[in-house]
Design a protein around this ligand. Sequence first.
Ligand SMILES: *[C@@H]1O[C@H](CO)[C@@H](O)[C@H](O)[C@H]1NC(C)=O
Length: 519
Amino acid sequence: MKIPAPAFVLVLVGVACAELAPPERSYKILMLLPVSSKSHRNVFMPVAEGLADRGHKIVMLANNPPASKHPNIEEFDHDLPDFKVEGMDLFATRADPSGVFNLFQKALPEIAKKLYKVPVVKELYDRRKEFDVVVIDHMFNEVVYPFAHEMPFITIATPGMDSRQSAVLGNVLNPAYAPSLMKSYPLPMGMLHRFLNAVEHIMSAVNWRHLDVLPPVQKEISAQFPDLPSLLDIERNQSLTLLNSHFTMNGVLPLLPSQVEVGAMHCRPGKPLPEDLESWISGAGSEGVVYFSLGTVAQGHSMPKKYRDMFVEAFKKIKQRVIWKYEVELEGISDNVLMRKWLPQQDILAHPNVKVFITHGGLLSTQESFYHSTPVLAVPIFGDQPKNGLNIQDSGLGLMLVWEELTVDLIVNSLQEIISNPKYETTAAEVQSSLRDQPDSPKDRAVFWTEYVIRHKGAPRLRSPAAKLSWVEYLMLDVLLALHVAVFVALYVLRRVLGAIASRVFGSQTTGKKKKKRE
Ligand SMILES: *[C@@H]1O[C@H](CO)[C@@H](O)[C@H](O)[C@H]1NC(C)=O
């Protein structure tokens, strides 16, 4: 059941406008995401635009050509070639998942070496103290932490909850039920899964921070900024993090006041479609429409031919019309398929006649499917997508398929199951209504807390005292050790005392007996 747009425009936008007090002055905000994909930038954009709408000046350093036309947003692209995920062959990484990891190992030290030599970056660094706050993409962007030294700074957790970042803020998540960043097990977890999950929690942090990735980056940065504290020490001084998650979509976890959930912030009610799309979709009649897109990073044309052929065949066998986001011309497709290079995804998902969304399960697409209550057939490719796909399946919003197991029949049957079984639509409507039922919009929340950190000069009262503890102190290992020693000493003393008493009492008796015998 899709809810008509205007009602929600009133609920979300109306309430929000009424509640945010006008800003005290125009702030200067520096947003840094030099190691990012377009989808990471898409998480930053609503925050930037929300702040810009309130008269603040935003300067953004990213990895892609400028995207916003807002007069208060100034975007820079550092244009280093080392981390260009768009156009990468992500299907190849399925056979060898270490490929993605190797990319970071290679690219990040290179970027650390070159970034501050790029004129625009150097210039920004030199005038960084002019800004009121620095906002950094927490994922992959440690290389810009020198900007945050002696500055109020906040992070945006673009992938949502990341246990290793949560621990930095002082919230160590319990691996008995909190999923790790890249993998999740069905809940509640049995003994084996809790064991594996605990290992994932620990190893993902240790690998990234202390073994494979960060040390060479740190080396490059130290060479250029010998007087700065370590990147990990600077990271600890963050005031706040905006999490790209929401409990209705990602499950409930304990959060600190400095961890603010703003997931689905980029989602908005659907707008009217261009006429040709509108008539294609409504012209599909009661059978409805299937929408197929693999997102911005994994472009459709990188899909291996054998899989592409399966989809082409499967679409021949279904009664629905199909809208397929695909970047190049393709031959042999049936009449019920409409292909386009670019499509207004949210407006399509919002259309009541769109019955299924076939997606790679990227986080933003997943959020859009929840927000627009469109049942999903997920075919995850890499990274956190399998986790999102599993989440979709577990929450009853759709089904997940594995590329290597695909067949034409499997695609057709999965689509028919999702379309004909009403439970997916019912669940989707439930999730949608609880996701949209919020006292303020996630975007306004992001704006409010960013301004809050500026108003309160880094908001020291937001900090959890736990952030100052080492892991030995946090886990009370020193106290447990002291307790063990105390118990051990007490037992030892007790034994000696009892021994002494025993030898007094029984010892004199036995010697007494012996004496008697001798007599
Ligand atoms: C830590 O954060 C506070 C408040 O945001 C800031 O004033 C201070 O300079 C920062 N300290 C360091 C060492 O970066």
